[in-house]
Design a protein around this ligand. Structure first.
Ligand SMILES: C[S@@+](CC[C@H](N)C(=O)[O-])C[C@H]1O[C@@H](n2cnc3c(N)ncnc32)[C@H](O)[C@@H]1O
Length: 212
C-alpha cells in the first residue's frame, strides 16, 4: 500500500544520489553507544548460520564477529566503502530511488538490515514489498536510525516529522507492505542537566518486523 504522497517523496536536493555518495565516507555516522546497542540487538536477534543482507550499507555493518553467518551480502552506493567491509561475501550497488527491484531470489535471505538509511528512501513502500519477497518465511527486517541525516538528501516526510512521527511512519509502511506489527526499541541517554549536553548520546530507534 502507498503511504506517501508526491510532496512527501520530494527532497531539497534532487540531484543523482550516486553523485552525492561518489566520494567514500570512511566515518561513523552514529556514536559508539548507538553502535553497541545495535550490535547487541543483532547478537540476540540473528540466528547462527543465517543469510544476512545489509542494505544501504558502508564499510562497517556492526555485525557481531563471534557469530557464524552462512552468507553476508552488502548493498550500497559506494564501491570503495563496500570493498572495505570485510564481513561481506558479496555486494552490489544500486540506487533505490531509481529502481526498487532487488536482484535476489525470493525467500533467499533470513535477515535484512538497514541502518541510518531509511531516511533517504523516496519509495519505501515498493522497496519494503521487495524486502518481504526476498525474505524467507518468518524472516526479519531490522531498521535502525537516530536523529541525524544529510537533510538535503532526505525526503520531505522525514525532515518535516518529529522523531516519534518517524517511528510511526516507518511502522505504517511495514505493516501495510508485508510485515507484522514490529517490535519497537527506543533508547535515550539524555543527561539530567543541559550543562552536561556534552555527554548526550545519539537517540536510538530500532524497528524489528517479521515477514507475515
Ligand atoms: C548515513 S549512511 C549509512 C551507512 C551505513 N548503513 C551505516 O550505518 O554506517 C547512508 C547510506 O545510505 C545509502 N544510500 C543513500 N541513498 C541511497 C539510494 N538512493 N539508494 C541506495 N542507497 C542509498 C548510501 O550508500 C549510504 O551509505
Amino acid at each position: 500500500m502507498e503511504v506517501l504522497n508526491n510532496y512527501q517523496r520530494k527532497k531539497l536536493d534532487e540531484s543523482n544520489d550516486e553523485e552525492f555518495y561518489s566520494d567514500p565516507k570512511f566515518v561513523y555516522h552514529l556514536d559508539e553507544n548507538f553502535r553497541q546497542y545495535l550490535s547487541n540487538i543483532y547478537k540476540n536477534e540473528i540466528a547462527n548460520n543465517s543469510t544476512v543482507l545489509d542494505l544501504m550499507s558502508s564499510w562497517d555493518s556492526y555485525l557481531p564477529e563471534e557469530k557464524k553467518y552462512k552468507k553476508v551480502i552488502g548493498h550500497g552506493l559506494n564501491k570503495q566503502e563496500l570493498e572495505k567491509n570485510k564481513i561481506f561475501n558479496t555486494y552490489w550497488i544500486q540506487n533505490f530511488n531509481s529502481n526498487q527491484v532487488i536482484p535476489l531470489a525470493s525467500k533467499s535471505v533470513d535477515y535484512c538490515l538497514m541502518v541510518a538509511a531509511w531516511q533517504y528512501l523516496q519509495y519505501p513502500e515498493k522497496l519494503t514489498r521487495e524486502i518481504a519477497r526476498i525474505l524467507s518465511n518468518q524472516g526479519k527486517f531490522l531498521i535502525a536510525f537516530s536523529n541525524r541525516a544529510f537533510w538535503h538528501k532526505a525526503p520531505n516526510i522525514w525532515i518535516s516529522s518529529t522523531e516519534e512521527e518517524r517511528v510511526k511512519y516507518v511502522r505504517k509502511v511495514l505493516i501495510t507492505n508485508g510485515f507484522s506489527e514490529p517490535k519497537i526499541i527506543k533508547k535515550f541517554n539524555q543527561p539530567p542537566l543541559n550543562i552536561l549536553n556534552f555527554f548526550k548520546k545519539d537517540p536510538f530507534y530500532c524497528l524489528i518486523a517479521t515477514k507475515e
